[in-house]
Every structure is written in C-alpha cells, then in structure tokens.
Design a protein around this ligand. Structure first.
Ligand code: HEM
Length: 235
C-alpha cells in the first residue's frame, strides 16, 4: 500500500513539527512573552487539523485490506511514536508507563524522561496567571510535574476573572483561547482515529495490547486544560 505508507510518513513529520512548535511556544510562555507564543500555538492547531484530515484517506481501508498486513505489524503500535508521546507530555498528559515503551531507544528515553519531569504548557500558563496578579496556591505552581495536573477551584476562579475582564487580561485571555483551540483539535484527532479504527478492526484488540476501540474511547475523556473547559459553564 504505497500511498498509505507515504501518508503515514507525512503524519510523522507533522507530529514532529507540532512538537517543535509547542516546545517553542512553551519557551516564550515561560519567559513571560505569551504574545510570541500565539502564532506558534495556532500553527500547532492547524497541523492537528491536517492530521485529522488524513483519516479521510485511511478510512478507505477495509477490514480485508488491514488483515493483509496486520501480521507484519506484530506488536508495533502508535505507542512507539516517541514524538507523539512527547507532544502529549508537553500538553500535560503525563504517564511514566508510556516512557518505558522506549527503553530500547536511549535518546528517545532520555528526552521523554526530561519532558515528563518538566512543567507542561498548562503548568507554565498557570505560572503566568500568577505572575500577572491572579494569585494561585503554591502547590499549583510547584508540584510533581511527572503526574497529570488535577483541576482546582482556585484555578477556575482565576480563569473566570480573565474571561470576565478580558480587556484587562488580554494576553491571558488570548492564551486561554489558543490552548482551547489546541485541545479541541487534539480531541477531534482522537475521535477520528477511534472511529477509523472502529470501522477497520471493530472491537478486536490493538497491536499494542490494549482492548482497542474501548481503550481509545476512554482517552476521549482526558483533559489537558480542565479549568479552561469548566470555566465555560461557570461564567
Ligand atoms: C488505520 C489503522 C489503525 C488502527 C487499526 C489503529 C489502532 C490503534 C489502537 C487499537 C490503538 C491503542 C493501542 C493499541 O492497542 O495498539 C492505537 C493507538 C495509537 N495510534 Fe493507531 N491505529 C491505526 C492507525 C494509526 C495511524 C495512521 C496513526 C498516526 C500516524 C496512529 C497513531 C496512534 C497513536 C499515536 C496511538 C497512541 C494513542 C494514545 O496513546 O492515546 N494510528 N491505534
């Protein structure tokens, strides 16, 4: 299937591009320059939208097409994309178990361990909120970054203030909306992946060893930036 292989290659390049841009955006947010991060985050969202588009081609694959090469995949799976994992970690979906998958690739392992321990784009954004006068508890700003962030009412209240007084907190308001765009596009990608997988393998197990579609459905409930979603109900 030469066309699908080419498309796959383009996808991997796109994931690498999104990761590099997210890294640059995080650098600017950490330096207190969110304005310089906006365009980068917009590009991450556009890349994700392109990745989602590629499912239109992949979904033309029939169960029989897939069966013709399924055995060649062995236990290979999307879990082995360290660039994808790095992007997920940067966005905040930290999971040490996903690092161990790369134990045979020391360079990838080292890089993933670094990103796992560092603050995510959301952790950095919360520090910015605090620096701009929207005081947040110390244990929100300094925590074990290798575990996923858990939502806090104080943080939702701070974002609510940003949304209520957007003129005053324009940069933070814009940053929040850019982050929501990124997460929205990521969710659409996850959903398209899950639906494509469902039509190709039904409810068979994944090559990576998970339950397959039901595993991918559970991932739809993950939230990178929880208060940016909950605040929409409270304002
Ligand atoms: C079209 C055939 C495909 C099928 C049947 C499929 C199926 C699956 C399944 C069942 C999983 C869960 C892990 C497992 O047990 O393997 C998974 C994970 C994953 N797949 Fe696919 N997939 C397909 C194509 C793709 C493509 C083209 C990409 C992107 C280039 C991709 C990227 C990923 C990623 C990144 C994960 C990890 C997701 C996470 O950690 O939440 N998959 N896939």
């Amino acid at each position: 299937m030469p066309r699908l292989e080419l498309r796959h290659l383009a996808t991997l390049r796109a994931i690498a591009g999104a990761r590099t841009l997210a890294d640059a955006a995080m650098h600017e947010i950490a330096r207190g320059n969110p304005g310089l991060a906006f365009k980068m985050l917009s590009r991450v969202s556009r890349i994700q939208a392109q990745l989602t588009e590629s499912w239109a081609v992949l979904s033309t694959m029939t169960p029989a097409d897939y069966s013709s090469f399924r055995s060649a995949l062995g236990q290979s799976s999307g879990f082995q994309s360290y660039q994808y994992r790095q992007l997920e970690f940067m966005l905040g979906n930290k999971n040490p178990a996903m690092v161990r998958v790369h134990r045979d690739n020391p360079a990838a392992l080292q890089e993933l361990e670094r990103v796992l321990r560092e603050p995510s784009v959301y952790d950095l954004s919360l520090r910015l909120l605090h620096a701009q006068g929207l005081r947040l508890p110390a244990d929100v700003l300094e925590r074990d970054f290798s575990v996923p962030y858990a939502a806090r009412p104080e943080v939702e209240r701070a974002w609510a203030e940003v949304y209520r007084d957007s003129a005053r907190y324009w940069d933070l308001y814009e940053l929040a909306e850019k982050l929501v765009d990124v997460e929205h596009q990521f969710q659409v990608w996850r959903f398209s992946h899950m639906k494509t997988v469902e039509r190709i393998i039904g409810h068979r197990r994944g090559t990576g060893g998970t339950s397959g579609v039901s595993y991918l459905v559970r991932a739809l409930d993950l939230r990178f930036f929880p208060e940016l979603w909950s605040v929409r109900t409270s304002i």
